[in-house]
Design a protein around this ligand. Structure first.
Ligand SMILES: Cc1cc2nc3c(=O)[nH]c(=O)nc-3n(C[C@H](O)[C@H](O)[C@H](O)COP(=O)(O)OP(=O)(O)OC[C@H]3O[C@@H](n4cnc5c(N)ncnc54)[C@H](O)[C@@H]3O)c2cc1C
Length: 356
């Protein structure tokens, strides 16, 4: 029987595998592959919740240190011969917000740098005359490059087996769990369900009901050419993210209960209009790519991380909705400690899968 089977090779499953390998656990990661493209590949790569002051302290706790964790990971990837996932210190400029006081109070409480700018031109000269909230420590990462490099790097690690296999069922057995999947079954003392929105259907036959819902989101991409902002810009309508090479992303749409990865013309037009309003120098430039992903939406305020009380050895790490990239290093650190019986780095109670 192996140590741990992780179901899902999105950002949550892969970073959790890395944490466990650091603790010398043997890990098998099973992933459904093209059949169920991970939300993680579609993400804008913003290493912060959007409007972070609107979220509970348990989300801020998971996101804390995300930028430095990804910078360290980027170095590890480059030394392992993988492409640089480009962690950029873009900062986040929030425009058109009427939440100034709430945001300042949150920042003071959490010890996060956030400034009200009566004129944002010091950060973004093209937006002279507008006011906004400035979070200089927010960073971004190139998600697809990050996921690809991480997958390849872990594939070469001793003690780690990554397989394309769609899990059909989980069964408790003497001393652990049997995971039924092509090429298996795979037996392990502990199993982690990190299957994004699909976690729900894997767990339902065990009587574990998660209040999750698929929330489709779309993104647009512009190749280098049109002028890009220096900072990540966010408004209530959406965001634009500059890339190091001069490319730019705009996101994202929200369609609840839509499990579909097919982009639509309507969403493309809406995102293009939003991006030009947020960043007027983009007017007239046509996007080069559009894609969609399905977020692991969650009706609870924070993700499910931890062991299911009535099933010893069954751990969940899912339900990160719109901030799975930002919360992934914190999630993996917490999960690694819980699996190995160590002192957790944050209070685990808010994330308890059994908590209401
Ligand atoms: C358009 C868009 C933009 C986003 N932007 C951001 C952002 O800027 N910042 C941020 O922090 N978050 C962002 N998110 C949210 C973020 O992408 C998700 O919260 C995060 O990727 C969830 O990661 P995950 O590992 O839980 O799930 P996923 O990435 O969905 O991975 C789940 C994996 O499980 C596998 N799987 C499913 N079922 C099975 C099975 N039965 N057997 C084996 N494998 C299985 C799938 O194949 C998949 O690879 C965005 C999401 C979208 C859609």
């Amino acid at each position: 029987m192996g140590d741990v089977v992780i179901i899902g090779a999105g950002i949550i499953g892969l970073l959790s595998a890395r944490e466990l390998l650091r603790r010398r656990r043997s890990v098998t990661v099973l992933d459904a592959g093209h059949d169920r493209p991970p939300a993680s590949w579609a993400a804008g790569g913003i290493l912060s919740a959007l409007f972070p002051w609107r979220h509970p302290a348990s989300i801020t706790a998971l996101e804390r240190g995300a930028a430095s964790a990804y910078r360290e990971l980027a170095e590890e990837l480059v030394s392992a011969g993988q492409p640089d996932p480009e962690v950029e210190d873009t900062g986040m400029l929030v425009l058109d917000t009427d939440e100034r006081q709430g945001a300042l109070d949150w920042a003071a409480r959490e010890g996060i740098t956030l400034e009200y700018l009566a004129d944002v031109s010091a950060v973004e000269p093209s937006l002279q005359g507008r006011d906004g909230l400035w979070l200089p420590d927010v960073a971004t990462v190139r998600s697809s490059r990050l996921l690809q490099g991480l997958y390849r790097m872990l594939s070469a690690r001793r003690g780690c087996s990554l397989r394309r296999a769609k899990v059909a069922a989980l069964e408790p057995v003497e001393g652990g769990w049997r995971v039924h999947a092509p090429g298996g079954p795979f037996d392990a003392r502990q199993v982690v369900v990190a299957a994004g929105i699909w976690s729900r259907e894997l767990l339902a036959p065990l009587g574990v009901e998660l209040p999750m819902m698929p929330v489709q989101g779309e993104m647009l991409f512009w190749s280098p050419g049109p002028p890009v902002p220096a900072a990540l810009l966010l408004s209530k309508q959406g965001y634009v993210v500059p890339r190091r090479d001069g490319g730019m992303l705009a996101g994202s749409t929200l369609r609840e209960e839509v499990p579909d990865q097919m982009p639509t013309r309507e969403a493309g037009l809406a995102l293009q209009q939003m991006a030009c309003e947020l960043w007027p120098p983009l007017a007239g430039a046509m996007p080069q790519a559009q894609w969609a992903g399905v977020r692991p939406g969650n009706r609870r305020e924070c993700p499910f991380i931890g062991e299911v009380a009535r099933y010893p050895g069954l751990f969940l790490a899912t339900g990160h909705y719109r901030s799975g990239l930002a919360c992934a290093p914190g999630t993996a650190g917490l999960l690694g400690a819980l699996l190995c019986g160590e002192q957790p780095p944050v209070d685990p109670r808010p994330y308890d899968p059994d908590a209401g």
